[in-house]
Design a protein around this ligand. Structure first.
Ligand code: SF4
Length: 349
């Protein structure tokens, strides 16, 4: 019995998973972190900024509401302050009070952060900028659109925040970093969204085809010309001349056929890593922000896949690598010892 309890669970590796951008980003960053999240299924906490981002997504989704009589989308809030107050109320009741969201614990940077004037002030300012943008824009065509497609044996998924007129894909970003040119051109998430949208439009029964009936079966070159990706940046840019920004910002980007090819190639490479059970840690500055940094060296993927050896997999070559900076100290700390003469002198007092 004791032996049975000691046994570690044998984990299953999905060799050709449905790749979401989050899954792929993590696999690109560190395969050991991928193992923790998608093979070991370890629950982790989230940062306050991620929690605030979730709330803002929710608020944006609620901005437009369908009018019962006309069936049209109309602003669901009567004024700027009604929207901002609703965001702050939601934060206080559903995030600050409970300390969690969607079953994930929020790891505060300091005690009382959730209620601090600075945090709530930033949140209210962000909500205000969102309100100002949406009030002057036309409503989106669809929100939270789930797409799943297959290409060249690779399975992809996308959860798009908003689809707007002329094949415009919008993604809300609440992080404080301004998106740079390189990010806009190369970001995996945006490439994935764009590819998923184009592939979905090749199937007239898909959700995307219902949103864009006029673009069903659109050829790739035409799609790339028309379609635009919008990064909707919610956080404030650095204030210029002390003036605060009145509205959120939009950054636009395009994709090319080459970006799609690169994405598929990257996924093939990651599928290969999974087939070879290569969960090696990739150490770097990103470790500082990794949700698994405290347990990184406590688990070795090797220990959880014994059964895989029976199938003579050529594997685990690098699974045992330790991330040195997080390894427990090797040498025991030596206690400073008093010299005999000192002990002697002490006993005199
Ligand atoms: S701490 Fe670094 S090496 Fe360890 S899982 Fe996280 S990212 Fe990978």
């Amino acid at each position: 019995m004791a032996q049975e309890l000691d046994k570690k669970p044998l984990l299953r590796v999905i060799e050709n998973p449905i790749w979401s951008p989050t899954r792929l980003d993590l696999a690109e960053l560190c395969m050991k972190a991928y193992w923790f999240q998608y093979v070991f299924h370890m629950k982790h906490s989230i940062t306050p900024d991620i929690a605030r981002g979730k709330l803002m997504h929710r608020m944006i989704e609620k901005f437009w509401q369908r009018d019962e009589r006309s069936g049209l989308l109309v602003p669901g809030y009567s004024s700027y302050s009604a929207f901002v107050n609703s965001a702050v109320r939601d934060w206080r009741h559903n995030f600050a009070k409970t300390g969690e969201t969607d079953g994930q614990r929020i790891e505060w940077d300091f005690r009382g952060q959730a209620w601090s004037r600075e945090f709530i002030g930033n949140l209210a300012a962000m909500a205000g900028r969102v309100y100002s943008r949406y009030l002057v824009e036309e409503p989106r065509l669809a929100t939270e659109v789930d797409l799943k497609v297959t290409l060249d044996g690779v399975r992809l998924s996308a959860k798009i925040d908003e689809l707007r007129r002329r094949l415009t894909i919008r993604d809300h970003k609440s992080g404080f970093k301004m998106p740079k040119e390189h990010y806009l051109d190369k970001n995996i998430q945006m490439t994935d969204y764009s590819l998923c949208l184009w592939l979905s439009l090749q199937d007239e029964r898909s959700t995307a085809s219902q949103v864009y009936p006029g673009y069903v079966g659109i050829p790739l070159d035409e799609f790339l010309e028309v379609s635009t990706i919008e990064v909707h940046h919610l956080a404030e840019a650095r204030p210029i001349d002390g003036r605060r920004e009145a509205m959120t910002r939009i950054y636009s980007a395009k994709r090319t056929e080459r970006s799609f090819e690169d994405l598929i190639e990257t996924i093939h490479a990651k599928n290969k890593s999974l087939q070879e059970r290569d969960f090696h840690p990739t150490k770097g500055r990103h470790c500082e922000y990794c949700f698994f940094r405290n347990v990184c060296n406590s688990y070795n993927p090797h220990d959880y896949h014994e059964n895989e050896y029976e199938r003579s997999m050529p594997l685990f070559a690098s699974a045992g690598i330790e991330c040195k900076s997080f390894a427990p100290p090797q040498d025991k700390l030596k206690k400073p010892r008093l010299q005999k003469s000192m002990i002697f002198r002490k006993s005199l007092f």
